[in-house]
Structure formats: C-alpha cells, structure tokens
Design a binder for this molecule. Structure first.
Ligand SMILES: NC(=O)C1=CN([C@@H]2O[C@H](COP(=O)(O)OP(=O)(O)OC[C@H]3O[C@@H](n4cnc5c(N)ncnc54)[C@H](OP(=O)(O)O)[C@@H]3O)[C@@H](O)[C@H]2O)C=CC1
Ligand SMILES: CC(C)(CO)C(=O)C(=O)O
Length: 311
C-alpha cells in the first residue's frame, strides 16, 4: 500500500508519521521540512506519542510513482493549485481531503471521481522545521465518501488509519460532519485570531453573544443546503460548543491565529466566507459572519502591508 500526502505541513507530516509505521508513505512538503527530516527524522511530540520518524519526503514525487491513495492536507487556499500541480497523480486515484472549511472536496471532484471527505479536530502546532507538537483532540477523525455514503475505498483507508493507531470513524454523512466542524471554526477561529487568545477565553459572555449570532446564521444556511448535522438547532449546538468542544480544546490557539501571527493569509473564505457566499445564494442575511470576514481580511491586509514595508 502506497500513500502520498500532498501539502504535508503540521497535519500532513503527523499523519505521514503515523501511517509510515504500516505502509509506504511519500510526504510532498516544502524543501525546508524535507531537509530537516532527512537530517534528523520527523519529530512529533504530544498526545499522539513522542517519537522520531523517517519516511520519504520531497517537493515532487517521481513521474512514474503510483499511489493507492492520496491525502491532501494543504491549507484550503492551496487546494486548487495542488490539484492542478499533481493532476496526473490524482487522476483515477481515491483522494482524501483532511482540511478545514467547506469547498475543498468540490474542487478535488473536478480532478478525480473518488473523493473522500475528512474531518479532523486535533490540534497540531509547529515547533521547528520538521517538528510538530500534537496538542489537543476533541473527537475521532471521520472519513466518508463525499458527499454521502461509503464504499470499499473508504473502508480500506479507515482500516489503514486504525492499524496505524489513529482514532478514526467511518462516516456516512461526511458533508454533515464537515459542516459541523466548520461551525466550530466559524464560531471560534476569527474571534480567537482577532483577540489573540486561545479558545477557552471565548467563554466570556461578550464573545458568546457574537458567537451565538454566527452560529444562528450558519444554521439557517445549513438548513437551506439541506445538510443534516448532529445538532438540530443552533441552541443545541451552542450547548455542545460551550460544554464539550471549548473545554476539550481550551488551551489551543486557532489555526487562523497561527496563520496571522506568521503573516499568512487565513482560510476565512472557506469558513465564515462560505456561509456568507452560500447565504447570498439563498437570500439569507448573514451580517455577523460578513462582519467577521471583513475583520479578518482587514487584519490580513494590515499584516501583509506591514510585511511589504519591512522588506
Ligand atoms: N493545524 C491544525 O491544528 C489543524 C489544521 N487543520 C486543517 O488542516 C489543513 C492543513 O493545516 P496545517 O497542516 O496546519 O497547515 P500547514 O500550513 O502547516 O501545512 C500545509 C503545508 O503545505 C505546503 N504546501 C502548500 N502548497 C504546496 C505544494 N504545492 N507543494 C508542497 N507543499 C505545499 C505549505 O507550504 P507553504 O506554507 O510554504 O505554502 C505548508 O507547509 C488546513 O485546512 C487546516 O485548517 C485541521 C485540524 C487541525
Ligand atoms: C482546533 C483545531 C486545531 C481543531 O482541529 C482547529 O480546527 C483549528 O485550529 O482551526
């Protein structure tokens, strides 16, 4: 069994490390990580165990390499570029998206017939080149045929993840699971990023008032899209967010915060931006999500301007 992980960063290198124990892995990552891993192995610390792993990594697979599965773990903004760049490997191969936000699977679908959606709610934080710390985990990874259902390929990849020691479930409603994860990211990531605080600090009543509006708007849009999630109402989800998800990830700084702090663009277009864009298609007003999108884009522009002036 041979698996390629395209856009292997914090998430992808940790998944590569775990899978490398039971199958052949090729992590397609940036040169600085490939170099560090070649020199001293990939270092992973935290709740997935502390160890040093060695597996194949480079910026490009050899032309004649063939893969049984491909996993995309880039940021959502890079999905289309990755699909274009690696289209010859992706064609006719089952491709799994293990990313945040809504829309990645629809992009991948343009390049292969078998798309497996993924939902991962574990925290991965860079420590150095080729060195990642796994900080928190709120639930098992979920994989399922996109948009719904299952097949033999899904069952095979789920069993590979299980054998590699990963906490994973097969999911027949993966669109619902992806939407569910996006609710969590839409609710917490922008506020955590703007305020520069970990999730736990957002239990403050002022933050919760904004968050509950974000969630209400998102729920209306999800209903229009006919998506079924684990929670029937916005209130039911808010209860779960406050009592389960925030406590189990309280110390984590959102990926959006981490992106802004290193001067990178965020995935806002695939999270709150998706809710705003889709709301418009159905004539649903989403003023709070819209404000949050503007705030994050303003932050991105200010940071990029500052970096441009410094250079
Ligand atoms: N970090 C986390 O805790 C979690 C993240 N997620 C989601 O998982 C996805 C991945 O996140 P994360 O691992 O943190 O992101 P990272 O930015 O750490 O990893 C993505 C990597 O892909 C690289 N990359 C992009 N394009 C290419 C290319 N063409 N060839 C080779 N490498 C490329 C990026 O390099 P460069 O930066 O130079 O472009 C980067 O190193 C995101 O959707 C994220 O929201 C989900 C759960 C948790
Ligand atoms: C909390 C976490 C790490 C869960 O996967 C996440 O989704 C993010 O930081 O954006």
């Amino acid at each position: 069994m041979k698996i390629a992980i395209l856009g292997a960063g914090a998430v992808g290198l940790c998944i590569s490390a775990k899978l490398s124990k039971i199958c052949e892995v090729h992590a397609v990552c940036r040169q600085k990580h490939a170099k560090a891993i070649e020199k001293r192995g990939f270092v992973m610390t935290g709740i997935w165990g502390e160890s040093n792993y060695s597996f194949k990594c480079s910026e490009m697979p050899a032309e004649d390499e063939k893969f049984d599965f491909i996993i995309i773990t880039s940021k959502s903004n890079a999905t289309r570029e990755i699909c274009e760049q690696f289209k010859d490997f992706i064609k006719d191969t089952p491709v799994i998206s293990l990313q945040n936000g809504i829309g990645n699977e629809d992009i991948i679908k343009e390049f292969t017939d078998c798309v497996i959606g993924g939902m991962i709610i574990t925290g991965f934080e860079w420590q150095d080149d080729g060195y990642v710390h796994v900080s928190v985990q709120a639930s098992p990874i979920k994989l399922g045929l996109y948009p719904k259902g299952t097949n033999e390929k899904v069952k095979t990849i789920v069993s590979i993840f299980q054998k590699a020691g990963l906490d994973i479930l097969e999911e027949t409603n993966i669109s619902g699971a992806i939407w569910g994860k996006t609710l969590y990211n839409a609710a917490l990531n922008p506020l955590g990023a703007v305020m520069k605080v970990p999730y736990g600090k957002l239990l403050d009543n002022n933050a919760m008032e904004i968050i509950s509006e974000i969630v209400k708007e998102a729920f209306e849009v999800s209903k229009a899209e006919k998506v079924t999630m684990d929670w029937k109402t916005a209130e039911e989800y808010m209860y779960y967010l406050k009592n389960n998800q925030i406590p189990s990830t309280a110390e984590h700084h959102s990926s959006m915060y981490q992106d802004l702090s290193i001067g990178k663009k965020t995935e806002i277009d695939f999270i709150n931006g998706y809710i705003v864009k889709t709301g418009k298609n159905y004539g649903i007003k989403t003023p709070v999500n819209s404000t949050v999108v503007n705030l994050i884009k303003l932050k991105e522009n200010l940071i990029l301007d500052k970096t441009a002036h410094e250079n």
